[in-house]
Write a protein that binds this ligand. Structure first.
Ligand code: SF4
Length: 213
């Protein structure tokens, strides 16, 4: 998922989608492609090449960016950030659940950052709590209006189920009170005739006279 970076969005120190500029600072940058392939994409039991790759990565200033790039782009082969395929597997498997609040905050600040499934869900929950309309969520997540509406409904159902489980009382709906009627006629608009109201005859005026009268 992506969000368009705005020019006035504050810098976060996070890498944007498609940003591979970090690679120019890598120790392996500029290596002969064939040598790089042999070292960083070794056969599973080529311990010599693996050791060499780890040694180079150990000196690399962009090791973390390199590892993140491999995780976010689901690059499961080769050595990235000093970790082999087998060593990265748990990271790949757990990536959808990674929740980095820095990324979520950067997203709300308009930065173009990768969000994991867990981070994306946090954005949706926040949108629901803040009363976002589907249009706004659709624009933020770059999804259709219908999809955004469904996601907000799911968030609403989740909150409803949670409240029911924990016995949280639902907020009472407040009805607008009708304005009290005073019986006084509304002031007439200039130039209009106001209907003449007849005086209401009192009940005693029509009451049958008693024997005493
Ligand atoms: S961490 Fe290793 S593979 Fe990644 S850029 Fe650095 S040297 Fe190259």
């Amino acid at each position: 998922m992506r969000h368009i970076t705005t020019h006035n969005a504050p810098a976060t120190g996070l890498r944007s989608i498609g940003d591979t500029s970090w690679h120019t600072h890598g120790v392996c940058h500029g290596m002969d492609p064939e040598d790089a392939d042999a070292v960083f994409f070794p056969l599973p039991r080529d311990h010599e090449a693996i050791a060499e790759a780890k040694e180079l990565c150990g000196l690399c200033p962009v090791r973390r960016d390199c590892l993140n790039y491999a995780l976010e782009n689901v690059l499961k082969e080769g050595v990235w950030g000093g970790l082999t395929e087998a060593e990265r597997r748990p990271w790949h498997d757990g990536l959808p659940q990674r929740l980095d609040y820095r990324r979520v905050i950067a997203f709300f600040n308009g930065r173009d950052v990768h969000l994991t499934e867990a981070e994306r869900q946090l954005v949706i929950d926040h949108a629901y709590v803040q009363g976002w309309r589907p249009d706004r969520l659709a624009a933020a997540l770059q999804i259709s209006h219908k999809h955004a509406r469904d996601l907000l409904r799911q968030a609403a159902n989740k909150v409803f189920d949670r409240d029911r489980t924990y016995g949280v009382p639902r907020p009472k709906k407040t009805r607008k009170k009708a304005a009290p009627t005073t019986g006084a006629p509304a002031p007439a608009k200039p130039g209009t005739r106001q209907p003449v109201s007849r005086p209401v005859a009192s009940a005693s005026a029509h009451a049958p006279l008693g024997k005493a009268a």
